[in-house]
Write a protein that binds this ligand. Structure first.
Ligand code: SF4
Length: 350
């Protein structure tokens, strides 16, 4: 059965054929801790005949989420360490996160902010909190870019997004506004003319970073939603999380990156999964991640190469963790490895 409304409860999961009735009670222990939402577009994508379906794995709750490892933490990337006022994370000098809302159209089982998002999460900024957040941005001349994230900022109504954009428009030193979202994939119909007008409302350069992790997510409807944004002058980049059982396969990863490029979405970030509570079943080792990312070299166009990124726990920011293909040999000499694994001297000898 295909659900045509968002699935939110264990009973909904049973009725949509996403879990067996015998699992309903056990899964309710997971949903008591972490929110569930599976939009109709995502529910339709799930192959119910495949017990290892990579779409289901991202959104259908699993008992493995109750196993919390000692190294996992509620705030894995250290947002709170760099939050001068509610709703703002100021980690790097020239940019801030503006977390206006902590609600999403779907809840990803591996979410790095899973302790903050959802109906029981931090909610939406109050008018007074938003005033203070905007005043903070306005008062810091070094802020060149504002990144709206959350939660998913595109769940806000075009009216509310438009109001935020109008206020950012008045801040001279802000030049770029970026949105991080899953909406074009999980609710493509939401990307309509009023939403697009709101996103462009600041007159600043608008970027949209699209979160997708498996090539099947780039459906005809999702590609059309991205095209509406891009044709309106919005630049799109991708962000994906490297996830065991979803995209930890060279062919799938290559197909995902190609699907982004075909959609005119430039591959940008490939995140190593964060140490969020109850997500160890999604994590692979850094070495496995490096090997997967190295497999993209030479195999797919340079346009399809994302940066492999680790968010250092504790709020220390992002670091590129791809394996280096060059080794210093001393005396200005190096050994460079090509995409076939062959090693070459640089500069060439003789
Ligand atoms: S859409 Fe983003 S913030 Fe929302 S649950 Fe997924 S990863 Fe977390």
């Amino acid at each position: 059965m295909t659900a045509e409304r968002t699935i939110r409860t264990p009973r909904d999961l049973v009725e949509a054929g996403l879990i067996g009735r015998e699992r309903e009670e056990a899964i309710s222990r997971v949903t008591a801790s972490y929110a569930v939402a599976i939009s109709p577009a995502i529910s339709r994508l799930v192959d119910r005949d495949d017990p290892d379906d990579p779409i289901a794995r991202q959104f259908v709750p699993d008992m493995a989420e109750l196993a919390v490892m000692p190294e996992e933490r509620a705030d894995p990337i250290g947002d709170s360490t760099h939050s001068p006022v509610t709703g703002i994370v100021h980690r790097y000098p020239d940019r801030v996160l503006l977390k206006a809302v902590h609600v999403c159209p779907v809840y990803c089982r591996f979410c790095f902010r899973r302790e903050m998002v959802g109906p029981e999460g931090l909610g939406t900024l109050t008018p007074a909190e938003l005033d203070r957040a905007i005043a903070y941005i306005s008062g810091h001349q070094e802020i060149w870019e504002v990144i709206l994230t959350g939660g998913d900022p595109l769940v806000l109504s075009p009216r509310r997004l438009g109001e935020i954009m109008e206020r950012l428009a008045k801040i001279e030193h802000v030049k770029v506004v970026r949105f991080h979202t899953r909406v074009p994939v999980v609710e493509p119909d939401r990307v309509d003319a009023p939403l697009i007008a709101a996103l462009k409302g600041s007159g600043k350069a608008t970027y949209v970073a699209l979160h997708a992790n498996h090539p099947r997510e780039l459906t005809v409807a999702a590609r059309a939603a991205a095209a509406r944004l891009i044709d309106a002058g919005i630049v799109m980049v991708s962000q994906s999380v490297l996830l065991k059982g979803v995209n930890d396969d060279p062919d799938i990863l290559a197909e995902l990156m190609r699907a982004f490029v075909e959609t005119r979405v430039k591959p940008y970030y490939l995140h190593h999964p964060d140490l969020a509570p109850g997500t160890s079943h999604f994590r692979l080792s850094i070495e496995e991640g490096q090997a997967l990312v190295a497999s993209l070299r030479g195999r797919v166009s340079g346009l399809c190469q994302p940066a492999y990124i680790l968010d250092i726990p504790g709020g220390h920011g992002k670091s590129v963790v791809s394996a280096s293909s060059i080794e210093a040999e001393g005396g200005g000499c190096y050994t460079v490895t090509d995409f076939r694994g062959n090693r070459h001297a640089y500069p060439p000898k003789g």
